[in-house]
Write a protein that binds this ligand. Structure first.
Ligand code: SF4
Length: 708
């Protein structure tokens, strides 16, 4: 199924890091190495790339850490040995069949990634839901934006981003909350900065317990107490109502739920809200004034809202601000969830989470299940949702789940309460790891290792944060015997004896996927590899009968995808159910990303230039707390929670709020120990709807490290 690399030396592709989805030109040099530059013709970035994108080629050219051939062992006490692809996949199929026969289809699971291509997501989802008969597929997108997905569905009737990046240049107020796009979505943020520089009246409000680089261009920084986002959003909502800065026509004719919302937000006074949030009344008033005066108003958010035990409600409280002001479905307005990963959206298009079906069909809907089953010519689809990311590891630990197949992700750095996840993998009966690199900690637990092709070594598609589908060219061959992820899954499915996985190439997988989108809200039947190569990218919906343009902006007719056709304003409570600080654990810990690293550093960590930015992990401590604890900048600290500890250097900085600590998420096991890994500390409590973990809030204590 491999497609030979093309005989020309310049190829278009998309950066494989964040959900901004910048276009790149990849050039293949005579010696076989590649170089990367920004694609000036690509509408997202117009030639710009951030530090991570500019260094993409190093991760491909440096093959010293690559997995080159399949490896396997017959029992846990044996060393892994090199085997053929056939041997590895036949044994894996035999083990999976044994478990499925003995314990049922829910005894196996796949844990994938928002970095997989859409085609890869499609085949693995088809395999487990249609043919194995379980919905046990989830991805690290569960850790990233599942709260936004649930909130979009509840408020708008569909998991869809209503606006596009070109709305940035049409907006005059930005409300950026729980996000640091200057570091985490840099090229999108450059567009906001450039727009403000050209239009000084544009207002930027940033809400964050940390004073990040994003705040440097803000007109107003609301440095709230962690976890108080809903209270703040409600307070702003109340002021907008009081000031008459709401869109009565939109609320009357195109929305539901305003009366209950209004009643709720008036239950808290501004003074109460100010005290809970830890920001001044006048600053909250100023935020409401900026929003009230805006003709185009964009809300932007990411993990600060999503990664919370009340993540869905935080999202809904924010989307409410767009709805009550009518700032949706018109130029320069709308709620813009900033996707963390490059293809989290593409993954959801094909149903790649444990509660979804392809083309955003509903697993609970019997008609939807039947449609998909008939299309796939598969067995009946199980109506019960499968295990989500953290639930899979709990099920491994309890023994309910026997086998897990981990592809393109490194859960032993990225899961919350990760030491427990490590215990779970130790207990797992059978672990398959499909990976490009020999670094991830999961490999130590693998019974079978399958070497995968990396970015630029395979073709496929991705969808970015603004619903833009783009084609990624294959530029170079994968090293050794590594194969594209989709091909690995299809070969395995055939070893299992399943029909419908003999795709000629990636384009055939894509063609099957888009057929399934017909007559859905995300219809992409007009999209083919040829169309993508010709037009470079297309925003869905894009129907076959309307082949000329995609859809940059949704809801321009004010018709939403809810049963009533109206958007729903949700009156959500602001109570926090996180692990609160107490006498033993008096600080709140929050986590996040740094500018030059990506996720668990298996790619960016091997680029010297990127490591120079911040070369080791750290804990941010407010100077007042540092004085009280007699901490100096650079002291080695021990930070403990009820789940574990880390030992890292203190970074004393007034950018963090008093009583709050911040540690980056990227570092895993270094030099054989795990004492830089912040997820030793984090809590695995979940949002009850989205099942997204509470990475942004748990109780910890901190003290200077003393030699034992
Ligand atoms: Fe890549 Fe995101 Fe940087 Fe663009 S902004 S170059 S997509 S990491």
């Amino acid at each position: 199924m491999q497609t030979p690399a093309k005989p020309v030396n310049a190829y278009t592709s998309i950066c494989c890091y964040c959900g901004v989805g910048c276009g790149v030109i990849v050039k293949k040099e005579k010696n076989g190495s590649i170089t990367v530059e920004g694609n000036k013709d690509y509408p997202v970035n117009k030639g710009m790339l951030c530090s991570k994108g500019l260094n993409l080629h190093y991760t491909v050219n440096d093959k010293t850490d690559r997995l080159l051939y399949p490896q396997m062992r017959y029992n846990k006490s044996m060393p892994l040995q090199r085997v053929t692809w056939d041997a590895a996949l036949e044994r894996t199929a035999a083990v999976f069949k044994t478990f499925i026969d003995k314990y049922g289809p829910d005894s196996v699971a796949f844990y994938a990634s928002g970095q997989c291509l859409t085609e890869e997501y499609y085949v693995v989802n088809k395999l487990i839901k249609g043919f194995i008969g379980s919905n046990n597929i989830d991805t690290n997108s569960r850790l990233c934006m599942s709260s936004a997905v649930a909130a979009y569905k509840l408020a708008l009737g569909e998991d869809t981003v209503p606006l596009c990046y070109d709305d940035i240049e049409l907006a005059d107020c930005f409300f950026v909350t729980g996000a640091n796009p200057a570091w985490c979505h840099p090229i999108l943020w450059r567009r906001v900065e450039a727009h403000k520089a050209a239009n000084p009246n544009v207002k930027i409000i940033v809400v964050d317990p940390r004073a990040t680089d994003t705040c440097s261009v803000a007109d107003l920084h609301l440095q709230i107490n962690p976890g108080t986002d809903i209270t703040l959003n409600h307070a702003i909502g109340r002021l907008l109502i009081e000031n008459g800065d709401i869109d009565i026509d939109f609320i009357r004719n195109h929305a539901e739920g305003f009366a209950a919302y209004s009643e709720l937000v008036f239950k808290r006074t501004l003074t109460e809200a100010s005290q809970i949030c830890g920001v001044s009344e006048s600053d909250i008033q100023l935020a409401a004034t900026y929003i009230g005066e805006a003709k185009g108003f964009i809300t932007m958010w990411t993990m600060g809202l999503n990664q919370s035990s009340i993540g869905v409600n935080k999202n809904l409280s924010l989307i409410n601000l767009n709805l009550i002001t009518g700032h949706i479905g018109k130029p320069g307005s709308g709620p813009l969830s900033l996707t963390g990963q490059p293809n989290a959206m593409g993954g959801r298009e094909v149903g790649g989470l444990s509660n979804l079906l392809p083309a955003h069909r509903d697993l609970k809907n019997p008609l939807h299940r039947e449609e998909v089953q008939k299309f796939w010519k598969s067995k009946p689809i199980n109506p019960l949702p499968g295990l989500t990311a953290t639930e899979m590891f709990e099920a491994l630990e309890s023994g309910k789940l026997k086998a897990i197949w981990i592809m393109c992700t490194n859960p032993l750095t990225s899961l919350p309460n990760v030491r427990q996840a490590e215990q779970a993998l130790k207990k797992a009966k059978f672990v398959v790891v499909q990976e490009i690199s020999n670094k991830p900690e999961t490999l130590a637990y693998a019974d079978v290792i399958l070497p995968a092709a990396a970015w630029a070594e395979k073709e496929g598609t991705m969808t970015n944060s603004e619903r833009r589908i783009s084609y990624l060219n294959k530029v170079t061959e994968p090293p050794g015997e590594a194969l594209p992820d989709a091909e690995i899954i299809c070969r395995f499915a055939q070893k299992m004896g399943y029909k419908g996985f003999d795709f000629k190439d990636a384009a055939a997988i894509y063609a099957e996927h888009v057929k399934l989108t017909a007559h859905t809200n995300i219809e992409a039947t007009g999209v083919t590899y040829e169309v993508l190569k010709e037009q470079k990218s297309i925003q869905w919906p894009f129907k076959k009968r309307n082949r000329t343009v995609g859809t940059p902006r949704l809801f321009t007719d004010k018709k939403f995808y809810t049963p009533s056709g109206k958007a729903i304003i949700h009156a959500v409570p602001d109570a926090l159910n996180s692990e609160l600080p107490d006498a033993d654990y008096p600080f709140v810990l929050t986590t996040g990303r740094i500018r030059d690293q990506w996720h668990t550093m298996s790619k960016t960590g091997k680029v010297n230039k990127l490591n120079k930015h911040l070369s080791e992990s750290f804990v941010e401590v407010n100077p007042h707390d540092a004085v009280a604890l007699q901490i100096n900048d650079g002291d080695v600290m021990v930070v403990r929670s009820r789940r574990g500890e880390v030992q890292i250097k203190a970074k004393v900085t007034s950018t963090i709020k008093q009583g709050v600590l911040f540690i980056p998420m990227h570092w895993g096991k270094l030099l054989g120990n795990d004492l830089h890994r912040v997820n030793n500390l984090t809590n695995d409590v979940l949002d009850p709807i989205s099942k997204e973990p509470d990475f942004k809030y748990c109780a910890v204590n901190i003290q200077k490290y003393e030699k034992p």
